[in-house]
Design a protein around this ligand. Structure first.
Ligand SMILES: [Fe+2]
Ligand SMILES: [Fe+2]
Length: 362
């Protein structure tokens, strides 16, 4: 049972009462401001509500009705998580403590005693509707602003990433490298972590997000080379022992540079980058530098970047060497010529090489 003008007005009031006269009084009170939808019992009200819940601003509900009474309606209303979304007013002649308590327990906003005084009912209903409207608009604004913040966040992240990549590429170019070593290294780091997580899920617990952060941090592994002189960095032949000692300091210098980045210490990307900078030349048997860490003392992300770095360096041309073919590079890694690696990591590396067309990345 519905009023004729319901399609033309956006906001509606649902009046639920089995008594036609009572409904007529409420219709008379609110029809100037709202589109009124009438129901004779809780069941009819529920059916209407399920179809029109987005356009109903409030429900005026009688308690004693046939088929489904007001309380049963409120139970159903709560089951459908509508309590607090649409305000409900109990309109009743029985304002006993028991009824009022039960009504409030079931989430009604206000209890209005019959016979109603139109002026006061209007004030009470309108002020609650206004409150719900303001709350809805506030939560929409918050949602919208949250969306904007997320977008800005993503923009800043992209910009950060681009800056990191540019700086690292500049350092790479200065050391006579191709400029794409860091990009391949980052990709290989990602593949290796995904593989490790698959083959030993109990030991390697990294989320997709952490993998992306580690892959981004890997780009900064050699940032400390900016502090190494051209004469050493670009020396075409083998480094002397003394020169090699200087070259080794790029790990510590990298950390020093990262520590200068303002407000970066609390950032998770910074923590990965710091660790990778310092430990990407450590080896599983303790034979690496600068700290001579052994086995699991080296974080898994630094271990992954180490093997990816060695492999990409071997298969690329450098001022001091030609590029080795992939098979030769793999043999050199497995035979321990580039230091010892974690056996799990070597297994993951083997699997990655089967899936990943390395030559295509060059
Ligand atoms: Fe390095
Ligand atoms: Fe490298």
């Amino acid at each position: 049972m519905q009023a004729d003008n319901r399609a033309s007005i956006k906001e509606s009031l649902l009046v639920v009462d089995d008594n036609e006269i009572n409904r007529a009084v409420l219709v008379g009170t609110f029809q100037d401001e709202y589109n009124i939808i009438e129901a004779e019992n809780g069941k009819e009200a529920l059916d209407i509500l399920l179809q029109e819940k987005n356009s109903i601003s409030a429900i005026l509900l009688d308690i004693v009705m046939p088929v489904m009474d007001g309380f049963a309606f409120l139970e159903e209303f709560r089951k459908r998580s509508l309590t607090g979304v649409i305000p409900v007013f109990l309109i009743t002649a029985d304002t006993s403590e028991r009824n009022m308590y039960r009504g409030y327990q079931l989430g009604v906003m206000d209890i209005i005693e019959k016979p109603i005084v139109p002026y006061f009912v209007k004030r009470r209903v309108n002020s609650i509707i206004e409150l719900f409207r303001a709350r809805k608009s506030l939560s929409q604004t918050v949602r919208h602003q949250h969306g904007q913040i997320m977008e800005k966040d993503e923009e800043i992240n992209k910009l950060n990433y681009a800056l990191i990549e540019t700086l690292s590429t500049a350092i790479e170019l200065r050391s006579g490298e191709s400029g794409s070593h860091v990009k391949r290294l980052s990709r290989l780091t990602r593949f290796l972590l995904l593989e490790l997580r698959e083959i030993c899920p109990d030991q390697i617990k990294v989320t997709d997000e952490e993998i992306e952060q580690i892959a981004a941090a890997a780009i900064m592994h050699d940032v400390g080379k900016i502090a190494i002189s051209d004469a050493i960095l670009n020396k075409p032949g083998k480094l002397t022992a003394e020169e090699f000692e200087i070259m080794k300091t790029h790990t510590i210098k990298g950390c020093e540079i990262l520590s200068l980045v303002p407000n970066y210490q609390d950032n998770v990307l910074y923590r990965y980058a710091y660790d990778i900078c310092r430990h990407h030349h450590e080896r599983w048997d303790g034979g690496g530098y600068p700290d001579g860490l052994k086995g699991d003392e080296i974080t898994i992300w630094s271990q992954v970047v180490s093997i990816a770095d060695v492999f990409d360096a071997l298969t690329s041309e450098r001022v001091y060497k030609k590029a080795f073919p992939v098979d030769t590079a793999v043999d050199m890694i497995y035979s321990g010529q580039c230091g010892k690696f974690n056996p799990f990591l070597l297994k993951a590396f083997e699997e990655v090489l089967k899936k990943y067309d390395y030559a295509a990345q060059k």
